[in-house]
Ligand binder design. Structure first.
Ligand code: 3PG
Length: 389
């Protein structure tokens, strides 16, 4: 059993709340606020209970020179709007300034610290970094299911130093996913796309044991095609990823790869776009969406399915020239609404569905993409394991 928010008296206490505010953002403009909305019930509850609320999150995977691009400042403004409450933003997550500001907080106040991944201690899972963070609070709440598969300091070390609890969002996601695992109907299909390939390749072997169909699009499909030497275009996947894929039985009939794709020399699609069989992709081209035959093939499988899980867009949907694969597959699922159970997860996939106005056609929506797949594959998520202790 994981300790919940009802198990603690938060009155007057400084509470560190690990959220997942990793939203699509461009030039400081938030393109989809789904994850922010999901964090509101916990924040509101803690406010009601008189806690001093210190919000923590990462945004993207920032490089050294991307502090401005991936600052959490716009997130503070958006949460402020959604809550109609002041949210103070502190442009560091460690040091004298956060300490000083936190000391001044009154009960019920909300404060957001800067992107945790600006400090290398976060991803390096550094003990000193998490200890310094822990000193800012008196208890810890994890409400970030989407990041529970990462062994990062604020996820797996921080709770070791403080009384810890799960937030409402995390509690709900675990409940839904656990229920699904025990009750799904067959045929059971899993659609995997998106750009974060490594965490997704890890779970394929497990899914091959209990799912009926695995449908691949997006970057992970490109990686399969390269490893199978069907497509020789760059970039070549890393050794780790190749090894995992090579160890799979790629003749397994449960695996469905694209048979055709939209290719272009670059992601703008302005030079040219061509629909081609996957065997005819030139070295200088890259696949940016699945093609018509693949859409038809995948749609047929969806039609026959009773349960469909989906993580990761099937193409570079942010560019309208390459959004048809993702859109048509979303429509194929939506058309079967009465006949199948659908679960979709991950910030980008949810953003795509919102763009196509199709999100409400899905039975359940998870904030996690990689985390959702790992959970469903029966992996122990380090961020959850530590909360059990
Ligand atoms: C997500 O969007 O899947 C989570 O925020 C985790 O992000 P990450 O893949 O950059 O760790």
């Amino acid at each position: 059993m994981l300790p919940t928010l009802k198990d603690y008296n938060f009155q007057g206490k400084r509470i560190l709340v690990r959220c997942d505010f990793n939203v699509p953002i461009n030039d400081g403009k938030i393109l989809d606020n789904f994850k922010l909305q999901k964090s509101l019930p916990t924040i509101k509850y803690l406010k009601e209970k008189g806690a001093k609320i210190i919000l923590l999150s990462h945004l993207n995977q920032p490089k050294e020179n991307q502090r401005e691009k991936y600052s959490l400042k716009p997130i503070a403004l958006e949460i402020e709007k959604l809550l109609s409450e002041k949210v103070k933003f502190i442009k560091e997550c460690l040091g004298q300034n956060p300490k000083k500001e936190i000391k001044k907080m009154s009960d019920g106040e909300i404060l957001l610290l800067e992107n945790l991944r600006f400090e290398k201690g976060e991803k390096e899972n550094d003990e000193k970094f998490s200890q310094a963070l822990a000193e800012l609070g008196e208890a810890y709440v994890n409400d970030a299911f989407a990041v529970c598969h990462r062994k990062h300091a604020s996820v797996v070390l921080l709770p070791k130093f403080l009384p810890h609890f799960i937030g409402f969002q995390l509690e709900e996601e675990i409940k839904i996913l656990s229920h699904l695992l025990q009750n799904f109907e067959r045929p059971f299909s899993i659609i995997i796309g998106g750009v974060k390939v490594e965490s997704k390749t890890k779970v394929i072997k497990k899914f091959l044991e209990f799912a009926d169909h695995l449908l691949f699009g997006g970057e992970i499909a490109n990686v399969f095609l390269r490893v199978k030497k069907i497509c020789l275009a760059k970039p070549w996947p890393g050794k780790n990823i190749c090894k995992i894929i090579e160890e799979l039985d790629l003749t397994n009939l449960k695996i469905h790869l694209p048979v055709d794709v939209l290719v272009s020399p670059d992601e703008t699609g302005k030079i040219y776009i061509k629909e081609t069989g996957v065997g005819n992709i030139k070295k200088e081209e890259e696949g940016f969406d699945i093609g018509t035959d693949t859409i038809n093939l995948f749609s047929e499988i969806i039609k026959e399915s009773k349960t469909v899980i989906w993580a990761g867009p099937l193409g570079y949907f942010e560019n309208e020239r390459f959004n048809q694969g993702t859109k048509k597959i979303a429509e194929a699922i939506a058309q079967q609404k009465e006949k199948l159970f659908s679960l979709v997860g991950g910030g980008d996939t949810v953003f795509a569905l919102n763009k196509f106005n199709l999100r409400d056609k899905f039975d359940c929506v998870s904030t996690g993409g990689g985390a959702m797949l790992e959970f469903l594959a029966g992996e122990k998520l380090p961020g959850l394991e530590v909360l059990k202790k």
